[in-house]
Design a protein around this ligand. Structure first.
Ligand code: SER
Length: 322
């Protein structure tokens, strides 16, 4: 049966690309994009869109009923850096939106649910190299606390009410179509934009800060793979570790320099350094590999090449149009 999909948070960094891919796979009208704000022109043109506040249970329910939705992807959230500035708002948004969709699934209005967790569930006491699936988790950011709490609730709703909820702990995600907002890993996207625009970048993390990262194409594929896997293969109902690549600002700068030799970088760490220092450097995703055949494709050189070529093309295009 073809699913009828609702993507909440479709105008954001992940939502935009996931909407395109799911529309390619299931058809434009099988995927309803929804967000509190409109997305980019291409997203708005690519199929149906609903203005929706993820915090409003009645509106989310009405949208699910109106479109006879079977599968929901909840991508609306406040990320780590912004979450530290608006602690209660981050808690309210990240938790209430999750409870709304979990409860709709519990009531039988939704068949399947995707909710992203993050490397932010880990904290300063977690082993930082090749972080295992099961380990110490004492997150020190509000965002991380909401993600860890969310994981516990997802597992609870699965165990107690049979809710088919699936989740991935995304690493930092790197993409060129839509900018991320308010995250600690966002430097790894901004660096490409600035490399093309002014050939220099002021980095808010120190040069040796290693973090787990992933190119968006891999992240979208992981998301679609876990949602398509047979129910019985999904053995972890909190959230799966997802690895990808691990690099420092110094390493990505060196890779960019291979393409743009005049590129320079300056390191001026700010409050986000402390957040990054509390997260893993690399992740062990053996369970995702075993349970639903996960394997990432993009490494640092391939991702750098792809990012630069797409951003060069889109800059040329917007200059032509202006
Ligand atoms: N990319 C997120 C952040 O930096 C982590 O999940 O907040």
């Amino acid at each position: 049966m073809t699913p009828k999909i609702l993507i909440i948070g479709a105008s954001g960094q992940i939502g935009t690309e996931l909407t395109y891919e799911l529309r390619l796979k299931y058809g434009r009208n099988a995927v309803i994009a929804a967000d509190i704000k409109e997305g980019k022109y291409h997203l708005m043109e690519s199929g149906p869109f609903e203005l929706l506040d993820a915090m409003n249970y009645d509106d989310v329910k009405a949208c699910v009923e109106k479109h006879e939705i079977t599968d929901v992807y909840l991508l609306a959230a406040m990320l780590s850096a912004t979450g530290e500035r608006f602690t209660m708002k981050a808690w309210d948004l990240n938790m209430n939106s999750l409870f709304h969709v979990l409860n709709l699934a519990k009531e039988g209005l939704i068949k399947k649910l995707f909710w992203p967790s993050s490397i932010a569930v880990f904290g300063p006491t977690t082993p930082r190299e090749n972080t295992p699936q099961y380990t110490i988790m004492e997150p020190s950011t509000v965002y991380g606390i909401t993600k860890q709490t969310g994981e516990r609730w997802c597992e609870y709703y699965h165990e107690k009410y049979g809710v088919d909820v699936r989740s991935i702990r995304y690493p930092g995600l790197i993409s060129w179509k839509t900018l991320p907002g308010g995250g600690t890993t966002d430097y790894a996207v901004a660096i490409f934009h600035e490399a093309i625009r002014v050939q220099k970048y002021r980095c808010f993390l120190s040069e040796e800060t290693a973090l787990p990262m992933m190119y968006m194409k891999d992240a979208v594929r992981a998301t679609m793979d876990i949602m398509e896997a047979p129910q019985e293969n999904i053995k972890i109902r909190s959230s799966y570790n997802l690895g990808g690549i691990s690099f420092t600002p110094k390493m990505i700068a060196a890779e960019i320099k291979k393409h743009i030799p005049e590129f320079t970088i300056k390191y001026v760490p700010d409050y986000r350094q402390e957040i990054a220092d509390s997260w893993p450097k690399s992740i062990d995703d053996t369970r995702a590999q075993q349970d639903w055949n996960w394997k990432h494709e993009y490494d640092l050189p391939e991702m750098t090449k792809t990012m630069l070529s797409h951003l060069e093309k889109s800059t040329a295009f917007s200059l032509e149009k202006s």
